[in-house]
Design a protein around this ligand. Structure first.
Ligand code: S3P
Length: 196
């Protein structure tokens, strides 16, 4: 019997970086997308926890948000310097100018967009997000939507996260990536022709 390995379904020269608010589904969609693309999946928050040897909540408690952001910037720079992969970032990462520049220059960014009600429903399932503990999650998320959505909108691709199983959202990300890669190839071909 011959063993057939599944070929990656899309040939991407760049890492795919998922951005968006807490509860948008970046980790779940990222893991599924990695499998779909035949690429490794990395979760930035899990990498930050592994590097720090404690949870994100503990980092916030012991050292404060600034120290967390500093670690986040360093860990993401390290990850993006590695081989092509799918990366789920924490909700604040793309708000950092250095991280955003790095992603824009070297990666394909995907904003996983979700509305307030869906985010609230999803974040209520777990109690591990320090930013939501300083007040009413609805008010906090409303403010974060105002502050962050205009910045997330700078991502290369925007896909709405659906309620329910992640499959349909993953497929829409996949289709949008296909389109983006085609566009990038055409732009590169156009440049070559112009300089020939
Ligand atoms: C944060 C989002 C969290 C985590 C940290 C801060 C944010 O990640 O990085 O609690 O600033 O929005 P998720 O978006 O994966 O929940």
């Amino acid at each position: 019997m011959t063993s057939r390995r599944r070929k990656p379904a899309l040939d991407t020269p760049k890492s795919i970086v998922l951005v968006g608010l807490m509860g948008a589904g970046k980790t779940l969609i990222g893991r599924r997308l990695g499998a779909r693309l035949g690429l490794p999946f990395v979760d930035a928050d899990a990498e930050i926890e592994a590097a720090a040897g404690c949870t994100i909540e503990e980092i916030f408690e012991r050292h404060g948000e600034d120290a967390f952001r500093d670690g986040e910037r360093r860990v993401i720079a390290r990850l993006l310097g590695g081989p092509v992969h799918v990366l789920a970032t924490g909700g604040g990462a793309f708000m950092n100018e250095d991280i955003r520049r790095e992603i824009k220059e070297n990666c394909i960014s995907v904003w996983i967009r979700a509305d307030l009600e869906l985010l609230l429903e999803r974040v209520s399932r777990r109690d591990n997000r320090p930013l939501l503990k300083s007040g009413d999650p609805r008010e906090i998320l409303t403010r974060l939507i105002d502050e962050r959505h205009p910045v997330y909108a700078e991502a290369d691709i925007v896909v709405d996260s659906q309620d329910g199983p992640p499959g349909p959202t993953v497929e829409r990300v996949f289709a949008a990536l296909q389109e983006e890669l085609r566009r990038l190839r055409n732009t590169a071909d156009g440049r070559q022709e112009a300089s020939a």
